[in-house]
Design a binder for this molecule. Structure first.
Ligand code: GTP
Ligand code: MG
Length: 173
């Protein structure tokens, strides 16, 4: 068949936010891992988007503090960003915002119209903030030079993920 357009996607966000769980859910069921463990360094995952137009190469980065300095090495190659937030982690919302601000001020990201999809993940937890609240706390309305979108998600059940990926595909084509 036709060769699909290949797109490098960076998956960023704090440790324990659910990045690997999200990427795992987006893979075909026969390729999904049963057990998800904290990512060491990073992991490269490939899958085709369901509307079948794109072939995603996802850089699933570790969110642990000691590995966050790896993120920037992949910014140049990234053509889209998925930024995952644990909506129930109110204490670390400010840390997530700091990492986001650092991302946006990086020379390899700063002046690019790179699309950013936010997942306000773990919406199933009763203490989870709404996606509106998360976007307020992260000051997403201040993002003027990049297309962005936020979706509430439950990565364990796969809820909210497809809506986000559909949006991302539309930004890329
Ligand atoms: P690092 O690789 O350390 O950066 O973490 P990560 O962002 O990849 O998180 P990971 O996918 O490993 O998930 C961390 C924990 O959160 C796991 O125990 C997941 O099962 C859990 N988790 C992920 N998504 C959800 C969700 O939507 N709801 C709930 N309740 N738990 C979730
Ligand atoms: Mg991970």
């Amino acid at each position: 068949g036709l060769k699909k357009k290949e797109v490098n996607v960076l998956c960023l966000g704090l440790d324990n936010s659910g990045k690997t769980t999200i990427i795992n859910q987006l893979k075909p069921s026969n390729a999904q891992a049963q057990d998800i463990v904290p990512t060491i360094g990073f992991s490269i995952e490939k899958f085709k988007t369901s509307r079948d137009s794109l072939s995603f190469t996802v850089f699933d980065m570790s969110g642990q503090g000691r590995y966050r300095n790896l993120w920037e090495h992949y910014y140049k190659e990234g053509q889209a960003i998925i930024f995952v937030i644990d909506s129930s982690d109110k204490l670390r919302m400010v840390v997530a915002k700091e990492e986001l601000d650092t991302l946006f001020s990086h020379p390899d990201i700063k002046h690019r119209r790179i699309p950013i999809l936010f997942f306000a993940n773990k919406m199933d937890l009763k203490e989870a903030l709404s996606s509106v609240k998360v976007s307020q706390l992260l000051c997403l309305e201040n993002i003027k030079d990049k297309p962005w979108h936020i979706c509430a998600s439950n990565a364990i059940k796969g809820e909210g993920l497809q809506e986000g990926v559909d949006w991302l595909q539309d930004q890329i084509r």
